[in-house]
Design a protein around this ligand. Structure first.
Ligand code: ADE
Length: 298
């Protein structure tokens, strides 16, 4: 059994989505049960180390045994617990559906924008009970973290030497920081997938991919002044694509299983990259909430 305490700061966290429940390529050094004012996180947090000794916190978003629906993920506890450990940057993995023909199942996507289609039933701010603050969210992901990830992974052939040599997924990234080439993720409530009409509507809005998990996680990370980027793994074409069978759980889970070993290796590579080049990441959003609080002192 692992120690239940970890002495020292952990600056990077990985949140695993469906199909990514631990980081098997890293050496676990502690398993932490963190209590927060917002309750317990989805699962105990594992602190693991790379070969060079860099620590990273890992949290399974849907619980160790995937027993949490997207609507029930305790995102405030998750982000608060990571903040408590000293985390400055979060790389979050998620399974997504594709809304565009060029984003094939098993491709990876680094989204740059979000459209909120959750239903307002998920607690999505740390500021409440007489305390009002408005975080900037025009740029919902951290551009430096996005660039670090994009530069660490070639857009094609990034699974070379990885397990699945028969598939050649593409990493879709945005090339510019302004313009209309955003990669937009729709975040829906679920747990049911979209109707075909909804799926087509999201395409007409410019959506690239769809999931049920990026919110409120990304908003809470921003409020906690933690740099955040999601890495999306496409599992299906959602229901707009009438030439495909409508999305089923079997398709999603099948593609995810095929992807998860590769995602683990990708995560390991990105952690090394962050250890080497990530020291500045998260520095620029430090203090960003200082002037976001509207409630006057009394
Ligand atoms: N997660 C994986 N595939 C999805 C889809 N088609 N819609 C919403 N969330 C998803």
């Amino acid at each position: 059994t692992l120690p239940h305490v970890y002495d020292g700061e952990v600056t990077l966290a990985v949140i695993g989505g469906t199909g990514l429940y631990d980081l098997p390529n890293l050496r676990p050094v502690a398993r932490l049960t963190v209590s927060t004012p917002w309750g317990f996180p989805s699962a105990p947090i594992t602190v693991a180390k790379t070969d060079s000794g860099f620590p990273v916190a890992f949290l399974a978003r849907h619980g160790k045994h995937h027993d949490l629906l997207p609507s029930d993920v305790p995102s405030r506890a998750n982000i608060a617990a990571l903040k408590h450990l000293g985390v400055k940057a979060i790389i979050a993995f998620s399974a997504v559906g594709s809304l565009q023909p060029e984003i094939k199942p098993r491709d990876f996507v680094l989204p740059t924008q979000i459209i909120d289609r959750t239903k307002g039933i998920r607690p999505s701010t740390f500021f409440e009970k007489g305390f009002v603050a408005h975080a900037m969210f025009g740029e919902p992901f951290d551009l430096k973290l996005n660039a670090l990830i994009a530069n660490a992974i070639p857009s094609q052939g990034f699974l070379e030497g990885f397990d699945k040599e028969d598939v050649a997924p593409t990493l879709h990234t945005k090339k510019h920081t302004n313009g209309d080439d955003d990669l937009t993720i729709i975040c829906m409530e679920g747990p049911q997938f979209s109707t075909r009409a909804e799926s087509k509507l999201y395409r007409s809005w410019g959506g690239s991919i769809i999931n049920m998990s990026v919110l409120p996680e990304a908003k809470l990370a921003r409020e906690a002044e933690i740099a955040y980027q999601m890495i999306c793994m496409s599992t299906d074409y959602d229901s707009w694509n009438e030439s495909e069978e409508p999305v089923t759980v079997e398709t999603v889970v099948g593609n995810l299983k095929a992807n998860s070993a590769n995602a683990c290796k990708l995560a390991a590579k990105l952690i090394d990259e962050f250890a080497e080049k990530g020291s500045e990441i998260g520095e620029d959003i430090k203090g960003s909430m200082k002037y976001a609080v509207s409630t006057s002192p009394h």
